[in-house]
Design a binder for this molecule. Structure first.
Ligand code: GLV
Ligand code: MN
Ligand code: MN
Length: 414
């Protein structure tokens, strides 16, 4: 049974989402990399919105934005991230933060939920600009030590500590989770894939989140003249890179399931000229799979392939297993049941259980407190692209379902 569901204000939610979209807007999309000037500006904007909602709002020493409830009893933490990929959509992450804010406001306005404590969080750098995984949520959950922050830098070579200083966040303590405070963590997010839309469903209740590994390869050969170097004497880093990429695609195909994905997302030839045999090259590979043991197996297959192709007389290959791995995670059954019931209440038969193929802050939170996620459809299954979008009615519905679930969780656990 679902009772006394507080009504969220859809217009207010959409207005805030569109206001936040202006920070870093690029056409229909957004570029808001962690700790850039526009990201910092948007964090201050968010603090003001949280204060308007009656929350105790602040930005901590790592850039996480918190809006803490002043109510007593166990709190429910609701959040996601507001940073983006180098070319991002307007909803990836932002949606879940704004759901948290709207739920906190709706609860404060409703007699039956006024005393419920809802904390809102915007975790910094879920998109991994500083190559530490989901930096903000992992730090908060104690999965990253202070030492790990010291060597982190972004692609422009700016260190994380300098970026925090420039943002003015370095003077504030870095918050860590007090698990006693919380009944759990819930996160709303766009699906970022095609399945809800394909099946005409409006809500996805997440069962698990896929594991992910990132590998960075470097190739060292010999730079030479593209006209004069005979083919059989070249130590061409690009040829080796292509050979390894081809072998990876071939070998992985024999060991995967239909939901396994792998991506060669970055390639660089050095120095990069039509007239030069590249002496060095770089390539990244990312592997994701719902089964943690398969992610491990596929990763070691690739590492072995690279070792086989490494040639001490020709092109050398080195592999760096990057720190920004994500461990496959199962969502909490108890919290999930509340979201399922809320979905069935609002859209009977029009929701489904589903795994998440994308990574989320909920992965970090789930290591410490009960955590669960809700998805809404992505138009055309597009995300990490300026075209990312969702119908307004789905955005509003998702928030209402999460609000109903939040009330039912707090009624049970506070
Ligand atoms: C998160 O944005 C991911 O790439 O999974
Ligand atoms: Mn993302
Ligand atoms: Mn996201």
């Amino acid at each position: 049974m679902v009772d006394q569901a507080p009504r969220i204000n859809g217009e207010r939610l959409l207005r805030d989402l569109h206001d936040l979209r202006k920070f870093g807007a690029r056409g229909t999309g957004v570029v808001r990399r962690s700790l850039t000037a526009v990201d910092v500006e948007s964090r201050h904007w968010l603090v003001e919105r949280m204060k308007d909602a009656g929350l105790d709002a602040s930005i901590d020493g790592i850039g996480n934005v918190f809006g803490l409830s002043k109510k007593s009893g166990k709190a429910l933490l609701v959040g996601s991230h507001t940073d983006t990929q180098p070319e991002g959509g307007w909803l990836d992450g932002t949606l879940g933060v704004m759901y948290g804010l709207e739920i906190a406001r709706a609860f404060a306005e409703n007699d039956s939920t006024q005393e419920f404590a809802v904390d809102v969080a915007s975790w910094i750098d879920e998109e991994g600009t500083f190559s530490l995984g989901s930096l903000g949520s992992e730090y908060f959950c104690g999965l990253l030590a202070d030492d790990a922050l010291e060597s982190a830098e972004n692609e422009a070579g700016q260190s994380l500590l300098d970026a925090l200083k420039e943002a003015g966040f370095d003077k504030t303590p870095r918050a860590r989770l007090d698990s006693q405070r919380y009944a759990g963590y819930i996160e709303g997010h766009i699906e970022q894939g095609p399945y809800l839309e394909d099946e005409g469903k409006s809500i996805g209740v997440v069962t698990s989140i896929a594991g992910m590994r990132n590998l960075a390869f470097t190739f060292e050969g010999e730079q030479n003249h593209a006209g004069t170097a005979p083919m059989d004497r070249r130590k061409d880093a690009c040829r080796k890179l292509i050979e390894l990429a081809g072998r990876i695609n071939h070998v992985l195909s024999d060991h995967v399931v239909p939901t396994t994905v792998w991506t060669i997302g970055q390639i660089e030839l050095i120095p990069g000229s039509p007239n030069i045999v590249p002496g060095a090259a770089k390539m990244t590979l990312q592997i994701r799979d719902g089964e943690e043991s398969r992610v491990e197996k596929l990763t070691s297959l690739v590492v072995n392939l690279a070792a086989d192709l490494d040639d001490p007389e020709g092109v050398r290959i080195a592999v760096d297993p990057k720190a920004d791995r994500m461990i496959g995670t199962v969502m909490d059954d108890g919290l999930r049941a509340h979201i399922e019931r809320a979905a069935e209440h609002h859209v009977p038969g029009c929701w489904r259980l589903m795994p998440s193929a994308a990574g989320h802050d909920a992965q970090a939170l789930a290591t410490q407190i009960p955590s669960a996620m809700l998805f809404i459809p992505s138009i055309g299954g597009i995300s990490h692209a300026f075209e990312e979008d969702t119908k307004e009615k789905d955005i509003v519905l998702g928030c209402q379902v999460l609000a109903t679930a939040a009330a039912s969780i707090l009624r049970e656990r506070r």
